[in-house]
Design a binder for this molecule. Structure first.
Ligand code: PMP
Length: 454
């Protein structure tokens, strides 16, 4: 059966007046009428309704890691739906795909992170981590241990609690339920540590954490919650040794360490998980989504240490948590096929070379006057644009500098993501050298064009 969709630009735009876009300036969209209608995809490219082939420089939304329309994943989802379309993992029910994927994740995750709860988005994975930790401390007779330490610049999701955990700038004008959350300093040396060496700045960050623990009392703090590299906050790589230092302080105060690997896992930084392999720590919980299925199905996972699981599964309590679609069979099948593909094609290993080439070429864009900082790692990159390179003075919001750059890039065949004065690149992980070079060349031309227009 065909869905018989109207895929003409006009047809979609008429229907689209009923769609509330996510994370968008709705008034601007209404006034400008601007939309890009994506109608197809293949490998590292997407196709719009005007027939343009565009390099998918944002990998869907940091997620299409193995590239678009991979037959192996489509077939696995179809085969699963033909056998078992849906059953839940509530009560005593389970099914082969969810069980197999949980086993696979336990195998891939570091240390004793061996227990997996599934959800359907990164936000839900993070909510789950918090709910479980609160329950864990309740069971240990420490119900006051509830506070969550996050960082300015963080992005953890779009539900009520994960918005509160996200950097305050991302919910201006909206209600926030902040009572459980404290934001530590953003570990961005270039913006926050001016006049200090990276090592000096790290000492400031450590002291901020120690002071915060002292202020609230460790007996009221459940966890420290951190993306290994901040993503939607502008691709912020912390100072060398940051996670190890913060981890040690937390461990000394019985504060659990949660790494939000919604973006950084499944190959984007050259490893299945970044916590241990890139940053040298084994956290108490890892949350993941996006690259887990490469976006082919909505799926997330909250991966717990044996120790946490032991407490929450002890006698005399009920696990009052889970979503209807936790471990959905088609999503679990997509995750299994996606990981099998990554392993067969050694995608994380290849990213260590191709991602480094990408990073290296993007770093060279620093030669433009309006490029203030190029940052990130492998296929997770951000370029911040400044009005004055010497002082790092930012462009005004009304300059819409990121948007202008993204438009210039799109005209030249590349989708990049504007975020204020920052342009984010998080492409599929299957770009070959020629495509990587072309992407960098398009960015080069786009920056030159915007600079010339100022
Ligand atoms: N954590 C991080 C680090 C993210 O980047 C995102 C989404 N971009 C989320 C959590 C939330 O994921 P979702 O949009 O699937 O709820």
């Amino acid at each position: 059966m065909s869905l018989d969709l109207d895929i003409t630009t006009d047809g979609v735009l008429t229907a689209d007046t009923h769609l509330v876009q996510s994370w968008a300036d709705l008034d601007f969209l209404k006034q400008s009428g601007q939309r890009t209608v994506i109608v197809g995809a293949e490998g590292a490219y997407v196709r719009d309704s005007e027939g343009n082939q565009l390099i998918d420089g944002i990998g869907g939304l940091w997620c299409v890691n193995v590239g678009h329309r991979r037959r192996e994943i489509i077939d696995a989802i179809t085969a699963q739906l033909e056998t078992l379309d849906f059953y839940s993992t509530f009560y005593n029910f389970t099914h082969p795909a969810a069980a197999a994927l949980a086993t696979k994740l336990a195998d891939l995750a570091p240390g004793t992170l061996n227990k997996v709860h599934f959800g359907n988005s990164g936000s839900v994975a993070n909510e789950t981590a918090i709910r479980i930790l609160h329950h864990y401390y309740n069971r240990l007779g420490q119900p006051r241990k509830r506070r969550i330490l996050c960082r300015h610049g963080a992005y953890h999701g779009s539900t009520h609690l994960t918005v509160a955990m996200t950097t305050p700038g991302y919910s201006q004008g909206w209600s926030r339920e902040d009572s459980l959350v404290h934001h530590l300093r953003c570990p961005h040396h270039w913006r926050e540590g001016q006049g200090m060496t990276e090592a000096e700045f790290l000492e400031v960050l450590k002291q901020d954490l120690r002071d915060t623990i002292q202020h609230y009392g460790a007996e009221t703090i459940a966890c420290f919650f951190a993306e290994p590299i901040m993503g939607a906050g502008g691709v912020i790589v912390p100072p060398e040794g940051y996670h190890q230092a913060m981890f040690e302080i937390c461990r000394d105060h019985d504060i659990k360490y949660v790494t939000d690997e919604v973006v950084t896992s499944f190959g984007r930084l050259g490893h299945m998980f970044a916590s241990e392999d890139v940053f040298g720590i084994v956290p108490d919980i890892i949350t993941t989504a996006k690259g887990l299925t490469s976006g082919y199905q909505p799926l997330s996972a909250t991966i717990l240490s044996d120790e946490i699981h032991e407490v929450i599964s002890g006698p005399g309590g009920m696990f009052f948590h889970g979503m209807t679609y936790s471990g959905h069979p088609a999503a679990a099948a997509a995750g299994l096929a996606n990981i099998a593909l990554m392993e067969a094609e050694q995608i994380p290993q290849r990213v260590r070379t191709t991602g480094k080439r990408f990073e290296g070429l993007l770093r060279q864009l620093d030669r433009h006057d309006i490029v203030g900082e190029v940052r990130g790692s492998h296929f997770m990159m951000g370029l911040e644009f400044v009005k004055d390179k010497a002082t790092a003075a930012p462009f005004a919001p009304e300059d819409r500098i990121g948007l202008r750059l993204a438009r210039e890039a799109q005209k030249r065949g590349l989708i990049a993501r504007p975020l204020g004065n920052i342009l984010i690149l998080s492409p599929t992980l299957v770009m070959d050298e020629a495509l990587i070079d072309r992407t960098a060349a398009i960015l080069d031309d786009s920056i030159a064009a915007v600079q010339a227009s100022l």
